[in-house]
Design a protein around this ligand. Structure first.
Ligand SMILES: *Cc1c(COP(=O)(O)O)cnc(C)c1O
Length: 346
């Protein structure tokens, strides 16, 4: 039976036994935001545990459909901040290139669902050339982030060519690649790839490890390959409710990363993106964890706690920035004024 109307659909859904209901809602979530997990990562999942942290990051669940009004598909209005197609500019000195819509895994809490949810192929050569022209005209843009999607989904030869073209711009001082490939497809990080990337050194690889169980022999080998080639490694972690929001988990993660020569860079408050409500933590929780981490970790292993606020940009958050509570909202002081943050009520 096909969907007649959403009202009819919901009546039918509540009549189903609970298990079936959640399965069909998970299917619907997977239709709304693509589902993809590489075999390697599937094997890290503990299938005997229905509450497994790694599973929750990548398996669609019906809760993704419970959209709260404060969540948006394109939370940061990125589509309105592209001076040329494929280049997102939210800051004066740095910008981000959407290299491809492809990812090896679709994290259910993805920040860029507006782009990744659709089947965007690799950037067109003409668009890349237009971006290079724009960068040439705007030498204040010295810090360029290749993202998407995951740039390491692009074939070696093509990626190398794009990197070389970018490196030719003398105004571009820093090139970064944001990737989750070393976490979910470590076999992709071959000696050949690491060597090729080192051809444009200094190159900054911003990894995305969220849990110490992701630091396997294989992923650590991938990191070692890159570090040995002189690539500068850092990591973004997203703080995720009941996945990694425990002090011992974060401590193990950040120590484990530093051991692999990866500097923990940011610990992100989960973004206000559609489908993300189940992953969000109260702001206070992140601040408490940071206090605890500062006691346990040296500066090299300690990331900065950052919140990306729609219309504002990334903000390194400290307790003093929270001015007051207003119902479910927290009023946060930002350089651009006050921001009413829809907090999670614990
Ligand atoms: C996060 C981001 C950056 C980089 O910000 P840093 O705080 O320097 O890491 C640049 N451009 C865009 C569009 C971003 O979202």
């Amino acid at each position: 039976m096909q969907v007649v109307s959403s009202a009819v659909d919901s009546i039918v859904a509540t009549d189903l036994p609970e298990q079936t209901q959640s399965v069909s809602r998970a299917d619907e979530a997977a239709r709304r935001f693509r589902f993809r997990v590489p075999a390697y990562y599937q094997e890290l999942i503990d299938v005997t545990n229905p509450d497994d942290s790694l599973a929750k990051m990548v398996m669609p669940s019906g809760s993704e459909l419970d959209d709260a009004p404060h969540l948006k598909l394109d939370s940061f209005d990125e589509q309105e901040q592209m001076p040329v197609p494929g280049l997102i500019r939210r800051y004066r000195d740095r910008a981000l290139i959407l290299m491809t819509g492809q990812c090896a895994v679709h994290c259910r809490f993805c920040t860029r669902k507006w782009y990744v949810a659709q089947d965007h192929p690799m950037i067109a050569e003409a668009d890349f050339e237009r971006i290079l022209c724009y960068l040439g005209d705007h030498p204040e843009l010295r810090d360029i982030i290749l993202s998407g999607g995951d740039p390491l989904m692009i074939a070696d030869a093509i990626l190398a060519q794009y990197l070389r073209r970018l490196r030719q711009l003398t105004s571009v001082k820093f090139i970064r690649i944001g990737t989750r490939i070393p976490v979910v497809r470590p076999d992709r990080v071959t000696d050949r790839l690491a060597h090729l990337l080192s051809g444009v050194n200094p190159l900054f690889i911003q990894n995305h490890f969220n849990h110490p169980r992701e630091l396997t022999r294989a992923s650590c080998q991938a990191l070692t390959r890159m570090a040995d080639q002189g690539l500068v490694l850092s990591n973004h972690t997203v703080l995720l409710h009941r996945i990694n929001d425990q002090i011992d988990t974060l401590e193990a993660l950040f120590v484990g990363l530093l051991e692999m020569r990866v500097r923990p860079y940011y610990l992100f408050q989960c973004d206000l993106v559609a489908g993300n409500e189940q992953f969000r933590t109260p702001l206070e929780k992140g601040l408490d964890l940071m206090d605890e981490l500062r006691e346990r970790l040296g500066g090299l292993a300690l990331p900065r706690f950052v919140i990306d606020l729609p219309g504002q940009g990334k903000l390194q958050l400290s307790r003093n920035d929270i001015l007051r509570r207003d119902g479910r909202y927290l009023v946060v002081a930002t350089p651009k004024g006050e921001f009413r943050y829809p907090d999670v009520v614990p």
